[in-house]
Structures are given as structure tokens and as C-alpha cells.
Design a protein around this ligand. Structure first.
Ligand SMILES: C[S@@+](CC[C@H](N)C(=O)[O-])C[C@H]1O[C@@H](n2cnc3c(N)ncnc32)[C@H](O)[C@@H]1O
Length: 340
């Protein structure tokens, strides 16, 4: 491994013990990016907050709660599909593979893949990549349950993590990207991102992507607007985070959660709606934000795909399809690809 490269990329290394280490970009870099990004994304006519900012500690915990909601079919459906990989995934990998995961979160689904790896290997290497500090907590929990696991966590954006991984060493990687997190990208950014993954991969590496499929609007809309209001709390929490970290004065009572399925664009659109005409100061972003009554701040897109679109997307970004796994209702897909 070339530690000089990782150091030059601006990472600090934290060694916890012989089984666990993290790499994290220097704090000043993260804080500056957050303040600057918020400043430019809210200082425009169509305002937005990038979904990666949902995930402070509270946001990550709320997402885990969303995963257990009766309306939120994606998690349990993807878990059901992952359970079936036990029989087939081993024929695509060998003992030399390392497991890498983009947006690993609580690493709950990962366990189903780790079960396969740790049975095949004497020592399994896992590289979770996540912007959220939840990564440290989930890594420690994994190590309690898997004796032969070694974890190198990268607490950074997907792009930062992929850059870190590039030229890391010659070991083969299986890269996981679950939870249909890819659906947050716009179609054009998504293509660029897949090309980036492709260019990070060596020949022999594999990429397993979980994508949500087009289905009945009712099922989709309930999943992003649950009756217990957890998704609303998750959405609104990003304003609390901006208050805490960027010294802002959002009054959460003046906003509501709003989400809708846009059939033409095949995506759930999630917004924060301003309930009154109001002004908000975001000190660290040097921004005085004026919002009209009913003005929307866009916070997330979650694109849904047809199987044909998935095939075309992956093939057009340099991948070869190895296998597609589906659930019985064809609600969700897991696609395994390699570099073409
Ligand atoms: C929708 S959750 C999915 C978590 C888990 N993979 C699953 O399938 O349940 C997205 C995860 O990706 C992380 N994340 C979101 N945007 C990110 C970004 N741009 N770079 C790195 N991590 C990101 C979040 O912190 C969160 O843990």
C-alpha cells in the first residue's frame, strides 16, 4: 500500500488497533466544503441541499429507523435478494478479493456478503467508505461479530473514497453500492459517477449495485412519506444540522416535508417547503436567505429504473453484466458487473 499517496490526498490516518484503522480528510477541508456548498446551493432561484448532508449522527440514526418502517420496502427487499446470493456469488469471486463499500452506513446488509467472504477466506479485508461518522460505530460492531475481519474505513465522499482506492494496491476488489443510493444522482451525474467507478476498477474487479425499480406510484410515495413521520424528521434534520454546524437560525416549525413521485422522470422528489415568507441567516455561509411562502428547497431525488435502463446505463459506462438478481415482486434489483 502506498501511504504517501493517501497522505498527499489530504488524509489523516487513525489506527485504533491491529484490526481497525480509519482515514479521514483534514477537518478544515470538510467544514469549508459544507459551508461553501450550502452557500451556493441556497443562493439561487431553485434552491437545494445536497442529500449527502442528511447524514450527521442524528440523520444516520434516523435513516436506520426509516429502514425498519413498514412502508420502506427497499431495505427488506434488498436484504431478501442478498440472502439469495449465498449460493451464487462464490462462483464469481475467489479467496483473493477484498470487499469495498460505497455509502456503507450501518453496514447491516454488508453482513450478508461478509458471511460469504469470511467463510471463504482466512482473513477478510473490508473498506467501508462513508461520509458519516456512523462508519466508526458500525465498524466496531462488525469486529465484535467477525473474528477474521480487518477494516480500513474511509470517512469521506464516494468520490474521495474512490480516489483513495485508486492505485492503493493490486488486490482485487468487489465494490458494493447498495440501497439504491445511486438513485440520488441525476442521470447525467450518475453516468459520470459510474465512469469514475469504472476507471477506479482494475480488470478482475467486480461491482455490485442495488437499484430500485419502477413500480406503482402509491407504493413509492408511501415509502418516502411514512405515517409515523420518520422520513419527515429525517428531511427536516438537515436544517438542524445547518443550524448547529453553520451557525444558522432555521425555525423548523416554519418548514414541512414534501415528497412526490414524478412519473415522467421516474423519480421520487423530496423537498422542504417553507410554510411562511421568511428570512434565515446562515452565518458560516455568509448568507441571508429569503424564502417565499410555499417555496420549495429540493433535498433529494431517488430515481427508479427499468431493467432495460439498468442494462443500458451500465453497458454505456464501460461495464459487462455478469448477473442480475431480483425479488419475487420485481421491486428491487442487484446487478453484478465487471469492467468491459
Ligand atoms: C441511503 S443510505 C444507505 C446505507 C446502506 N448502504 C443501505 O443500503 O442501507 C446512504 C449512505 O451513504 C452515505 N452517503 C450519502 N451520500 C454520500 C456521499 N456523497 N459520499 C459518501 N457517503 C455518502 C450516507 O452517510 C449513508 O450512510
Amino acid at each position: 500500500m502506498n501511504e504517501t499517496i493517501q497522505k498527499n490526498l489530504g488524509y489523516k490516518k487513525y489506527v485504533i488497533d491491529s484490526k481497525l484503522q480509519y482515514f479521514k480528510p483534514h477537518a478544515s477541508k470538510i467544514e469549508k466544503t459544507f459551508a461553501e456548498e450550502i452557500s451556493s446551493s441556497l443562493n439561487r432561484d431553485s434552491k437545494f441541499i445536497a442529500p449527502k448532508f442528511f447524514y450527521d449522527k442524528k440523520g444516520s440514526d434516523l435513516f436506520e429507523k426509516i429502514c425498519t418502517l413498514p412502508e420502506y420496502y427497499p431495505t427488506r427487499t434488498e436484504i431478501d435478494i442478498l440472502k439469495n446470493l449465498h449460493a451464487e456469488l462464490p462462483s464469481f469471486i475467489d479467496k483473493s478479493f477484498r470487499l469495498v463499500e460505497l455509502g456503507s452506513g450501518a453496514s447491516v446488509k454488508t453482513r450478508l456478503i461478509l458471511d460469504i467472504f469470511t467463510q471463504m477466506q482466512q482473513t477478510t479485508e473490508y473498506f467501508p467508505i462513508d461520509i458519516s461518522e456512523i462508519l466508526t460505530e458500525s465498524s466496531e460492531l462488525l469486529l465484535q461479530d467477525y473474528d477474521n475481519l480487518r477494516i480500513t474505513g474511509i470517512i469521506d465522499t464516494y468520490e474521495g473514497g474512490l480516489e483513495f482506492l485508486k492505485n492503493y494496491d493490486e488486490k482485487k476488489n468487489l465494490i458494493l453500492f447498495l440501497g439504491s443510493s445511486f438513485g440520488n444522482f441525476s442521470p447525467s451525474d450518475g453516468k459520470v459517477f459510474l465512469e469514475k467507478i469504472n476507471s477506479t476498477m482494475k480488470s478482475g474487479d467486480l461491482f455490485l449495485i442495488g437499484l430500485d425499480l419502477v413500480k406503482d406510484s402509491q407504493i413509492l410515495e408511501s415509502a418516502y412519506n411514512d405515517t409515523q413521520g420518520v422520513t419527515a424528521e429525517f428531511n427536516l434534520n438537515v436544517l438542524s444540522r445547518i443550524n448547529d454546524e453553520l451557525d444558522a437560525d432555521f425555525n423548523l416549525n416554519n418548514f414541512s416535508h414534501y415528497s412526490i413521485y414524478n412519473k415522467d422522470n421516474q423519480r421520487i422528489e423530496m423537498y422542504l417547503k417553507s410554510l411562511v415568507k421568511q428570512s434565515v441567516i446562515i452565518s458560516k455561509s455568509n448568507l441571508s436567505l429569503n424564502l417565499e411562502k410555499n417555496e420549495l428547497i429540493h433535498t433529494e431525488h431517488s430515481h427508479k429504473y427499468t431493467l432495460e435502463q439498468i442494462r443500458t446505463l451500465l453497458e454505456s459506462t464501460g461495464f459487462k453484466l455478469n448477473h442480475v438478481w431480483l425479488d419475487d415482486n420485481t421491486h428491487f434489483s442487484l446487478t453484478l458487473v465487471s469492467k468491459n
